[in-house]
Structure formats: C-alpha cells, structure tokens
Design a protein around this ligand. Structure first.
Ligand code: FDA
Length: 318
C-alpha cells in the first residue's frame, strides 16, 4: 500500500477548515515558514525568484498558481485573470514560459462551459506569448471530464497544451494510447489522491509496474513526454529503457516537485538530462501541502521539528 493510510489521514485533515486557517496564518510566514520547503511563496515575485534560481542551476521550471475546487464563478474568473497577469510578469522576467493549472481552479465544479471559456482565455494568451500550458490531473471524479475538455481544445487547434496521466489509475494505459495517437504531450505521474481500489492500484509494486509500462509507451510512441517522479527506481528504469532503445535524452524530460529530491534533480542534470521543476506558489497552498505530507509521513517530523525549534527559541528569549 503506497502510503494509503497516511494519504487517507492527510486527506481528512486537508478538509479541516480550522487547520487550514491556522496553517495558512503561520505556514508561510516567519518565524514558522514550515510550508516553504514545498511552496515557493505566496506571490508571483517569490515564484519568479525561485524559477530564476532553478534556471541558474541549469534546470527548467513550470510555475503553478496554487488553487483548486473554487466555489464561485468570481473565484474562477480571478484565477484566470491571475494566470493572464502571470504571463506578463514571466515575459518581463525573461524566464521560461511554462505553466501548470487545474481545471477545478477555473470553475470545473461549478459550470463546465465557463471552465472551458476560462481555459481558452488562458490558451489564447499563452499562444500569443509562446507559453506551454500543462493541465494537471485531479482526483478520479474529474479524469474523464478533464480529458474531454483537453481533447475539445486540442481539436480546436490549441497545441500549446499538454495533459497529466496517473499511473495508479487502471484506465491510464488506454489514455496514454489515445494521447499518443493524437500527438499530445503527456506528463506521467504516479498519482497523488486517495482513490478506491476499483479505479486505482493500491500497492506500490502495482503502481510502479504500471508507471514503467506507461513510461515505455510514452518514450516509444509519445510526443516529448515528461517523466515526473522522485523515485530513483523509476528514474533508473527510464534511463535504462531510453538507452536500450537509443532514445536521446533530448526526446523527453524528467520533472520533479519544488523542494523534493534536489540531489536527484542535480545528478540528472549533471548526467545531461533535461530536468524541469514544478514551482507551486500562491495563498491557496494548504491542500497541495497536505498531499506532500501524505506522500511521505517523515515530512511531518520536519514540520514538527521546525515548530518545536521556534518554541524553544521563543522560550529561551523570554
Ligand atoms: P514515490 O511516492 O514512490 O516516492 C519515491 C521517493 O521520492 C520517496 O521515497 C522519497 O524519497 C521521494 N518523495 C516522494 N514524495 C515526497 C515528498 N512529498 N516529500 C519528500 N520526498 C518525497 N499528481 C497528480 O495526481 N496529478 C498531477 O497533476 C501531478 N503533477 C505532478 C507534477 C510533477 C512535476 C511531479 C513530480 C509530481 C506530480 N504529481 C501529480 C504527484 C505525483 O502523482 C506523486 O504523488 C508524487 O510525485 C510522489 O510520487 P513519486 O513518483 O515521487 O514516487
């Protein structure tokens, strides 16, 4: 079971309003700042600074404005406008033009047509400034509709967009085949949500086997695939497969999350691989942060140690 219990636990905590309010008050602000390990900051300026540092280290980045499952049209519109403003800021900063977004942030749970309109507004601006837009994949309730919307805009000619597919979903082999057929760019991930066994593999060995199978399909038949994992075994399997099939490191990229396995990011870069770091930022960081804790319960020790250290410093000062 890949962290099934902890994932369920953290997913329950993620629903707590009180915890969210407390964490949001302290998590990014000094002196606590415990969320900063995984989140670049709350403002676009902080995200741009993090992106610059990544590029100065010979890697690429994709910026993600945190936020999901907005409750009103006004919030969906605000997120859309923030993306449009982000484009201007990114162009002015002269950093790589690549962003990631979630459809529930653009209003998917409220009104599908408005969500598609919002996505088109973003893709139009993205085309005008040569941006690539990756549509993240959320929980399985939204898999089909996310793929449907993606194909809708794809068939309308928006080719500056790509999608994410999750290896833990039993359906993903068929989805990878479909995306390979239309020539869409796929980011392959293991999958971050708590899902029932009817739709998702539960054991790590099964998820890893699926990841390897899909990675091979993407490397042989896909378009510029992104292999997004911090798992050294999956990374090694990808490198081995590419080398056996004489697939150039230019034909694909590795992707990892901000603040996770920086050592592995650097060693892949040093070995001549293309590495892109996913840089999340924004005020709505709590659900993202809780998913990262759920993936690796050891992270909670990191958070608690940070809080205890601060308590001790304060006590000593009194
Ligand atoms: P696995 O969970 O097996 O971890 C392997 C190793 O990586 C661990 O042993 C540990 O060393 C390290 N590690 C993993 N997670 C860590 C953490 N939180 N803290 C510290 N170390 C950690 N998911 C999704 O459902 N939809 C999406 O759109 C995306 N998008 C996305 C983009 C990018 C660029 C990445 C890298 C990942 C995603 N994900 C995602 C998340 C993904 O589904 C998955 O939950 C995480 O990547 C963790 O899985 P790993 O492949 O790293 O393997």
């Amino acid at each position: 079971m890949i962290g099934y219990v902890s994932r369920a636990f953290f997913s329950t905590l993620a629903g707590s309003r009180t915890l969210q309010q407390l964490a949001s008050r302290y998590g990014m602000r000094r002196p606590y700042s415990f969320a900063r390990r995984f989140i670049a900051g709350e403002t676009i300026e902080e995200a741009v600074a993090a992106a610059r540092a990544i590029e100065a280290n010979g890697m690429m980045q994709t910026l993600d404005l945190l936020g999901e499952s907005v409750a009103t049209m006004a919030e969906a519109d605000a997120a859309t406008r923030t993306y449009l403003g982000m484009f201007e800021r990114i162009v002015a900063a002269g950093i790589g033009r690549n962003v990631s977004l979630k459809l529930t942030q653009l209003g998917l749970t409220i009104d599908r047509a408005t969500c598609v309109d919002n996505l088109r507004r973003i893709l139009d601006a993205a085309s005008a400034h040569d941006f690539f837009v990756r549509v993240d994949m959320e929980n399985s309730e939204y898999t089909q509709v996310t793929l449907d919307i993606f194909e809708t805009v794809w068939q309308q000619g928006y080719r500056n967009a790509g999608i994410v597919l999750q290896a833990y979903l039993r359906r993903s082999a068929a989805d990878v085949a479909r995306m390979n057929t239309i020539g869409a760019r796929v980011r392959l991930v293991k999958g971050a949500y708590q899902e029932p066994k009817t739709v998702a593999f539960q054991r790590k060995a099964e998820v890893d086997a699926s990841f390897e199978e899909l990675m091979q399909l993407l490397l042989t038949h896909g378009t510029s695939p992104a292999i997004a994992t911090h798992d050294p075994d999956m990374v090694a399997a990808t490198r081995r497969f590419a080398s056996t099939k004489s697939i150039s490191p230019e034909a694909y990229e590795f992707q990892m999350l901000y603040g996770i396995r920086r050592d592995l990011q650097r060693s892949l870069r040093d070995a001549g691989h293309r590495v892109r770091v996913y840089v999340p930022f924004g005020r709505e960081w709590f659900p993202y942060f809780m998913r990262r804790l759920g993936e690796r319960p050891a992270n909670i020790t990191f958070v608690i140690n940070g809080l205890l250290r601060e308590q001790r410093t304060r006590a000593a000062a009194i």
